[in-house]
Design a protein around this ligand. Structure first.
Ligand code: CDP
Ligand code: ZN
Length: 157
């Protein structure tokens, strides 16, 4: 039996020195704002696998009004979510993700990010794909006011 799930996330950008994308910190002059570490890609992946398994969503499992989740490493959230998915009898078939960012470029960091995500999920790196897309200079992404990410995940029982 196969299921698919979709995850989407957006974070506001502000002046900063680094941004975390897929668990990898990248030096940058904008930072993402959020209750946790604001890792837009890990949040989209978390929602995609939870959605595929019909196990809830990230805000439901890790409420942003709970102090325990303040500044929290999103790797921990994804690891916990993936453990719940596994406990429910599912394994990940593959993930495909898009980061919507005017900057920084994802391509130079892609292999490190894929490796990090695969490590968190305990899967082969081949099962994790990722690319970046600009906002072509327009809209919240293009004007560097926001960063977004989407992930589609397939799981199998
Ligand atoms: O050329 P097109 O309009 O399809 O895409 P783009 O948004 O202009 O981005 C061109 C290429 O840059 C993408 O296909 C990615 O390989 C790369 N890119 C990236 O690595 N990281 C981003 N944040 C944006 C784009
Ligand atoms: Zn988020």
């Amino acid at each position: 039996m196969y299921r698919i799930g979709l995850g989407h996330d957006t974070h506001r950008l502000t002046v900063g020195t680094a941004i975390v994308i897929g668990g990898i910190w990248i030096e940058h002059n904008r930072s993402a704002v959020g209750h946790s570490d604001a890792d837009v890609l890990l949040h989209a992946i978390t929602d995609a696998i939870l959605g595929a398994a019909a196990l809830g969503d990230i805000g439901e499992l890790f409420p942003d009004n709970d102090l325990v989740n303040k500044g929290r490493d999103s790797s921990e959230l994804l690891r916990e979510a993936s453990e719940q998915v596994k406990r429910a009898g599912w394994h990940i078939v593959n993930l495909d993700c898009v980061v919507f960012a005017e900057r920084p470029k994802i391509l130079p960091h892609r292999e490190k990010i894929r490796e990090k995500i695969a490590g968190i999920l305990g899967v082969n790196i081949e099962l994790v794909w990722l690319k970046g897309k600009t906002g072509e200079g327009v809209g919240p992404v293009g004007q560097e006011q926001a960063i977004s990410a989407e992930c589609i995940a397939m799981i199998e029982r």
